[in-house]
Structure formats: C-alpha cells, structure tokens
Design a binder for this molecule. Structure first.
Ligand SMILES: [Zn+2]
Length: 304
C-alpha cells in the first residue's frame, strides 16, 4: 500500500501488533497501520455508544473518573504551553474529540471564553451539554465554514484520523487569521516509544492509524497551512495508585511496594505524579499567507 502522506511504497516493518503491523515510510517517516481500515468502518467505531467504556478497558483503567483531577492538571499545563491566562481571555475555542468534557472544566474561569466541543459520539455530546457547554455531534465537516475559531485543540485525536490533509485543511478554513492550534499525538521518536518496543502504549490497534515523528508532523503542518511554533514532550499527571498499578503489571519486583503506596493514597493523600506518555505537545499558528482551500492542495504541498 502506498504511504497515505507521500505515496511512496518504500516502507519498513516497525512492529507487529496482534494481527496488524505498523510500517514506517522510508520517505516521509510516518508509521502506518496495516491493513488500513475503511473510512466508514472508522466512523462507526467512535459513534458506538460503548466506545468510551471499551477504550477504558483496553487501557486497564479501573475508574476513568478517578483520573479526572490528574487530567485537569494535565490540561492546565497544555494550556500554559500555548499562552498565559491573559492569552486565553475572550477566545473562541473549538475542541475536536471532546469525549466526556473533562477539558472544558479547566476553561471555566477564563473571562469571556466561548467553548464548543465536537465529537462523533452522541453519548459524549450529551454529557458535555449536561455540564453546561456547547456540544456538536459530528466531525469537523459538520462545523459551518463561516464559524471562525481563535484556538482549536485536539488531544489524542490526530492518530485516529485517516486523512490528515482533509482534517487540517478543514480546520484551517475554520480559523481566524491569528488562530492557533494546540494538540497532542504519540511520537515514534519519544523516549518511551524507544524503550517500550512493540509494547508501547500507543500501539493501539486498529484505532491508531498514523503515528508521527516530529519532522514528518512539521512537514504535514506546513503543507496544510500551519507554522509550527513549538513541539515538546507531553506530560500526564496521574494518581500514584494508577501509576503503581501500571508499573506492577510491568515489573513484578515492585509488587511488594504496591499495598503501601495504595494505603498512603487511601489515607486521603491524593498524590498526583507526572509521567511521560510518549506523546508530543504541539503548538502551531495559522499561516494566513497560505490559505488551504482543499485537501488536494495540502497533499500537493506535501509532495513538493
Ligand atoms: Zn510517506
């Protein structure tokens, strides 16, 4: 199969994961899931009402809600990467893949901010609306082109997108001149990816379709009319008990320590610890001198 980004057929096996494989394009560096699912199949996964519970099960999360305070601290750090509180003031914000609406909770205190969450999942959108936020069911194409946002965020989304040219072109068309995007996606060049081998937490088949390295991502952004400002390793804050549970699966020798740490937390010490998740945190700005009117234009830019 030719590379979905650069059309090269020169690829190397990166890892086999269950009945799938990740192939790394030798020309542009992106890693591609093989076999690659059909677009209709992909949309059906996320529209499925059981999707969020399935995802939790895959990750070994015992209770997604218990992770909420960690998530909020993670989101606050990501926001700061884009700008201070005054930067966010009065901004029109779009979140793609808003899931159960944990992210907008950290935006509540920003004066005059206007938030819209977008998700394919009806259940997720209902939860977001119950929390008092604006929610739209669908994908980026369901947002009218006349709607222009100042900031578009999407966490853990890009790796699920089969056609990133269409995705970024659609975002670009719906952003203000000075608009910024802020997002996370796994980095195949991360330390965690390197040491984890085929057990890397981001090899989630068949959901993770495309995995990037910083250079292929920068080239993609440029082709789609965005200037990359900064790429940094993402940090996730998790409860100590959660980290401990993960580690004890990996390293048997830590098992002896586990009951003591859990006891500590049960005693009321809600300890959050920062961990590297192997993702990159990306900040980019709309390049208004290069408006992208179609996915085909972006694709052509990428090949040049
Ligand atoms: Zn390629």
């Amino acid at each position: 199969m030719p590379c979905p980004l650069c059309s090269s057929t020169d690829h190397k096996l990166r890892h086999r994961v269950k009945e799938y494989a990740y192939l790394t394009c030798q020309s542009c560096g992106v890693s591609v899931l093989s076999p690659f699912p059909q677009p209709e199949e992909i949309k059906a996964w996320y529209a499925d009402q059981t999707y969020f519970s399935l995802e939790d099960g895959n990750q070994g999360y015992t209770d997604y809600l218990s992770l909420e305070s960690g998530l909020q601290r993670t989101f606050a750090r990501r926001n700061k990467f884009l700008g201070s509180a005054s930067f966010w003031k009065g901004k029109k914000i779009l979140e793609i893949g808003c899931a159960l609406g944990f992210y907008p909770e950290v935006l509540r205190d920003i004066p005059d901010m206007e938030y819209t969450g977008l998700d394919l999942n009806t259940h997720a959108i209902n939860v977001v609306r119950e929390k008092g936020f604006r929610g739209i069911q669908g994908d980026i194409e369901n947002i009218p082109e006349k709607n222009h946002y100042d900031i578009t965020v999407f966490f853990d989304v890009l790796e699920h997108i089969p056609d990133p040219f269409a995705f970024f072109a659609s975002i670009q068309q719906r952003m203000n001149t000075e608009g910024h995007i802020l997002f996370t996606t796994p980095s195949t060049k991360s330390f965690l990816a390197g040491i984890s081998g085929k057990n890397w937490v981001s090899y989630i088949v068949p959901h993770h379709l495309l995995l990037y390295e910083p250079s292929s991502l920068k080239r993609l952004l440029a082709a789609c009319g965005f200037n990359t400002i900064k790429i940094a390793p993402d940090i996730q804050w998790v409860p100590l008990s959660f980290l401990n549970e993960r580690l004890s699966h990996l390293i048997g020798s830590l098992k002896g320590l586990t009951p003591h740490l859990i006891k500590m937390e049960n005693a009321g010490r809600k300890i959050l610890v920062p961990v590297s998740n192997g993702q990159m945190l990306v900040r980019a700005k709309k390049n208004s001198e290069h408006p992208i009117n179609s996915a085909a234009t972006a694709r052509r830019n990428f090949s040049c």
